[in-house]
Design a protein around this ligand. Structure first.
Ligand code: FES
Ligand SMILES: [Fe+2]
Length: 330
């Protein structure tokens, strides 16, 4: 899918504490973004000065304005140039002297950026758990993978690799067969679930137990996995927000949000998840091409186990085709 089709979605740029009054460069959709914070919050621009193309991220913030490091032009948080120091103070500033200001918001402790007018909200959690004290959240895993965002998401959606990539942790080879499951199409993504016995004693609930996995995909690149321990009823979200830095490099932010074990250290949960993510990373970085093929005729799809991934590919393909403000496709 083309990168321009993605410019109308919110993307997770960084954690909130990484954006300060010192402008900083980030990578998004094969380009650079500069983000900074003043007393009014976070602002984000294309990391490029309209005058001579210098990187604004080398500049600094003065009185709430971003100062270009080259000739000192100053941009307010809307991107308007408010000062050209080499001109008389009363000389008019051309209206097209502007930085390319992006839409920016903070949510879940992350800074989110949409390059164009956002066509959708910041990816929601199923339920308002993030504001609910019954749930405790932390970022468990964050890495840059040498792959596309779509490959990284499709891997997270896929469970037929459990007996191979996560042997003994999420699956065993004697239970490789996938029973038919239903994928529900939603306006903003997909939803499906399955149940299985998880071979590991992940959360110390006492040996092997049956777990229900509920997957909720929010297009383009957010995937929630809600794990429900059927014995104890405890629930844990493992959520991947995915930043398409370039068409072949992707930063993954994996949150763990749980409604139990608040007294336990987060590391008890992150160790397991991070092991899984690293196992995934090795295989996913080996996939060629790095981007998902544009056509469903490429690669081979097996009807039952690849049902969710097929619908994901179709959805991405339809996003790439429709007008930015058009309806979601099939
Ligand atoms: S390049 Fe930015 S002020 Fe000249
Ligand atoms: Fe995996």
């Amino acid at each position: 899918m083309t990168l321009t089709a993605l410019s109308g979605f919110w993307h997770p740029l960084a954690t909130s504490d990484e954006v300060t009054d010192q402008p900083r460069r980030f990578e998004l959709l094969d380009d650079y973004v500069v983000a900074f914070r003043d007393e009014n919050g976070v602002a984000a621009f294309r990391d490029l000065c309209i005058h001579r193309g210098a990187a604004l991220s080398l500049g600094w913030v003065r009185n709430g304005n971003l100062v270009c490091p080259y000739h000192g032009w100053q941009y307010d948080r809307t991107g308007a140039c408010v000062k050209i120091p080499s001109r008389p103070a009363d000389a008019p500033i051309p209206g097209n002297a502007r930085a390319f200001a992006y839409n920016v918001q903070e949510k879940y402790g992350l800074v989110w950026v949409a390059i164009d007018e956002p066509r959708d909200e910041i990816p929601p959690f199923p339920g308002d758990i993030f504001e609910d004290a019954a749930w405790k959240s932390f970022i468990s895993y964050r890495e840059v993978w040498k792959t596309s965002a779509a490959r990284a998401v499709e891997n997270f959606m896929d469970f037929s690799h459990f007996p191979y990539v996560h042997e003994g942790l999420l699956g065993t080879e004697d239970k490789a067969e996938i029973a038919p499951y239903t994928v529900e199409k939603r306006e903003n993504g997909l939803h499906y679930w399955l149940e299985q016995e998880e071979p590991s004693d992940l959360y110390g609930a006492g040996g092997v137990q049956k777990v229900r996995y509920e997957y909720t995909l929010v297009v383009p690149f957010t995937i929630h996995l809600k794990k429900i321990e059927l014995g104890t009823g405890r629930e844990t979200f493992i959520t991947q927000f995915t930043l398409p830095r370039t068409s072949k490099t992707t930063e993954v932010f994996v949150f763990i949000v749980r409604n139990h074990s608040h007294d336990q250290p987060d590391s008890k949960f992150s160790d397991f998840t991070n092991t899984i993510m690293e196992q995934d990373r090795v295989v996913v970085e080996s996939q060629r091409p790095e981007e998902l093929p544009d056509s469903l005729r490429e690669e081979l799809h097996i009807k039952v186990p690849d049902a969710a991934s097929l619908l994901y590919r179709q959805r991405l393909a339809s996003l790439a085709k429709v007008d930015v403000f058009g309806p979601y496709g099939a």
